[in-house]
Design a protein. Structure first.
Length: 221
């Protein structure tokens, strides 16, 4: 196999995230990458005993190198973390395995919709998250967002959080009284005042300290 043949197979792949020197795509048994590329990947899987946990493929487009990447949370996490990889140099036959489990700042994925075929049922949800992140300015410096800590720092700087595959503003901390009188009483080992037919707000103790009633719902009958 020559580099030109290999590059032609990659150019014909029906989907995938294309970068200047790489093509990334989900390794899915139900999706074809084209006859030649399917056969090629099957040979590599058999030769290097690649398990199903390596669910993302990275093809270098400028040299004969292929990586099998394990992203166990690909479909569940907005920006899944790389856990381990197997990289094969097809010219020399050398193989390199890397573990990222102890890495405090491991690589992460973004723009996940590009890894999937157009017909995939999850693609639209992933694309919507990307749209929101672009709108919020999270892709202004794409060279810095490929690592987990960088992404977390950027979100914090912009006051944003990701929940599932949604982006929202971080909640501001409350500056008011957040402790209800019943909790205060429990802390002081005193029983809470009984409701003997009048509103809790009319209890003599609460009249002495009206601030304690901030946020308390009246129990008027």
């Amino acid at each position: 196999m020559t580099l030109a043949e290999y590059q032609a197979w990659l150019a014909a792949a029906p989907y995938g995230k294309r970068l200047p020197t790489a093509l990334y795509l989900v390794r899915d048994a139900g999706t074809s990458l084209g006859a030649e590329l399917d056969r090629f990947v099957a040979q590599l899987v058999a030769a290097y005993q690649v398990g199903p946990e390596f669910n993302v493929l990275k093809f270098r487009t400028d040299e004969l190198k292929v990586s099998f990447l394990a992203y166990p949370d690909f479909f569940d996490a907005a920006h899944p973390v790389l856990r381990k990889s197997i990289t094969a140099d097809l010219r020399s036959g050398a193989i390199r395995q890397t573990e990222y489990g102890d890495n405090l700042n491991p690589p992460i994925l973004h723009r996940k919709e590009a890894f999937l075929p157009a017909s995939h049922p999850r693609r639209a949800a992933f694309a919507e998250l990307t749209r929101l992140e672009e709108q919020a300015g999270l892709y202004e410096r794409p060279e810095t967002i490929g690592l987990r800590l960088n992404r977390e720092r950027l979100l914090a700087d912009k006051g944003l959080v990701i929940e599932g595959h949604s982006l929202r503003r971080a909640r501001e901390k409350s500056t008011g009284y957040s402790v209800a009188p019943a909790v205060r009483n429990a802390t002081r080992k005193e029983p809470p005042p009984r409701d003997n037919g009048w509103a809790l707000k009319d209890h003599p103790r609460n009249r002495r300290n009206p601030r304690c009633m901030a946020g308390v719902v009246s129990f008027d009958r």
